[in-house]
Design a protein around this ligand. Structure first.
Ligand SMILES: Cc1cc2nc3c(=O)[nH]c(=O)nc-3n(C[C@H](O)[C@H](O)[C@H](O)COP(=O)(O)OP(=O)(O)OC[C@H]3O[C@@H](n4cnc5c(N)ncnc54)[C@H](O)[C@@H]3O)c2cc1C
Length: 386
């Protein structure tokens, strides 16, 4: 059975794993975060057991027919459901709200993490494991974690993000990006070209401030004429997301603009993976950022709800340094270098009708990347059939 390592437990990695697993491959997903889901994950806390906060993508739409089989299987399994909220835009200067005409959207149930939990069912999963070393041994790859622990030897490797190739790696970890280092040691120009192209992609960051309230606050929050609003014309606020208004813990997730996140790029939530791996966060700077975001939110919603109720949890900050990546040139949903048994997939791919930086894109990329790998490996033999 061919062994495949997937680096990254977001939607693309888990979608890729689900296809490979069905075809009999022995798949392991390595995820550096505490849980799976990546930018489509749900925050939980021991302090308030019922609290579920989707602090990345809150919902998603589906416009491509190729996505339908996966969408239907997730719906059937109860991992997602149709989203029935009101999507709107809010003009910052007047707080006027215009409701968007209805588009079919979906959400994970009970939270967005359910998408990846369902897709990765049956797959070997290793969380809190950051892959930082790739060694090509002419037929197989050996992977290493940040403590140089050997993570195993695999017939094929799939990397589902560009951070391992990006110059941003040098700023955070003061070492060469692992894929750049690996490509340099292997005399394979196609791998060098792919790694350089992926590493050069730009990205838009987003800051998130999360607050949860006692159930009584829901009456007040329900006075807002939307569930999700894109904020127009505000230097700090990008989007306001109301969640679980009828649940035990109504929550508000405030998304910043990319400009605000860029201006505060040294600040990230103290519980984020970046803080855990890259060093301690500056708590003073964090408080200033949180205050600016919550104040801005309170101001733009005042006309509708008056004073904001006091939260029982938060506000907590999370920084998505790579919230919305640019797309790699080309119209293919994945890239691969079969001679060194290497693939990349993720939401930084696109093709006509499928934009980058969306859940649907990530899922399609994982599925199409896996289908292509299956053409190269034969599940019935250990050795890739190239
Ligand atoms: C704030 C926000 C709002 C969004 N809103 C929407 C929306 O409304 N609709 C929509 O469709 N999309 C939305 N998106 C985008 C959507 O979330 C992403 O397109 C999608 O989740 C990307 O999935 P992915 O698998 O490509 O990447 P990711 O989810 O980023 O997964 C990659 C995973 O790899 C892991 N990883 C990285 N390096 C390593 C390593 N070295 N070792 C181990 N693991 C590693 C990461 O921790 C991560 O979990 C939003 C995103 C954000 C951040």
């Amino acid at each position: 059975m061919p062994k495949v390592a997937i680096v990254g437990g977001g939607v693309s990695g888990c979608a890729c794993a689900s296809v490979l697993l069905k075809d009999g491959a022995d798949v392991t997903i390595f995820e550096m975060g505490r849980g799976f889901g990546g930018r489509a994950s749900t925050r939980r806390t021991r302090e308030i057991p019922g609290l579920l906060v989707n602090h990345g993508a809150p919902i998603f739409d589906a416009s491509n027919t190729d996505f339908e089989p996966l969408l239907s299987s997730l719906l059937e399994a109860g991992a997602i459901q149709k989203w029935s909220g009101v999507y709107a835009s809010l003009e910052a200067s007047t707080s006027d709200v215009s409701v968007e005409k209805s588009v079919m959207r979906y959400m994970g149930t009970p939270g967005m993490s359910s998408i990846c939990e369902k897709l990765a069912e049956g797959v070997t999963r290793q969380a809190q494991t950051q892959v930082t070393g790739f060694e090509w041994n002419s037929e197989t790859w050996t992977l290493y974690d940040r403590n140089q622990q050997n993570l195993g030897t695999f017939d094929w490797v799939v990397v589902t993000g560009n951070s391992l190739a990006s110059p941003r790696w040098r700023q955070t970890f003061s070492t060469e990006p692992p894929l750049v280092a690996a490509a340099e040691t292997i005399a394979c120009p196609e791998l060098v070209e792919l790694v350089n192209a992926a590493g050069a992609l730009g990205t838009e960051p987003v800051m998130i401030a999360m607050l949860a309230f006692a159930p009584e606050a829901s009456e007040c929050l329900k006075k807002l004429p939307f569930n999700i609003a894109e904020v127009r014309g505000h230097p700090i606020l990008g989007k306001i997301v109301l969640q679980e208004l009828d649940g035990p813990c109504p929550a508000v997730v405030i998304h910043s603009t990319s400009t605000f996140a860029e201006e505060n790029k040294k600040t990230f939530g103290s519980t984020s993976t970046a803080a855990r791996l890259g060093g301690p966060a500056d708590s003073n700077a964090e408080e200033i950022v949180i205050e600016a975001m919550v104040d801005a939110f309170s101001q733009v919603v005042k006309k509708h709800i008056g004073e904001l109720p006091t939260p029982i949890w938060g506000p907590h900050l999370h920084r998505w340094g790579n919230a919305f990546p640019e797309a790699l040139q080309g119209d293919q949903m994945y890239a691969e270098v079969p001679q060194v048994h290497f693939s990349m997939c993720g939401d930084f791919f696109s093709k006509p009708g499928v934009e980058a930086a969306r859940i649907e894109t990530a899922a399609l990329s994982g599925v199409e990347g896996a289908n292509s790998i299956l053409k190269h490996i034969s599940p019935s033999v250990m050795k890739p059939n190239l």
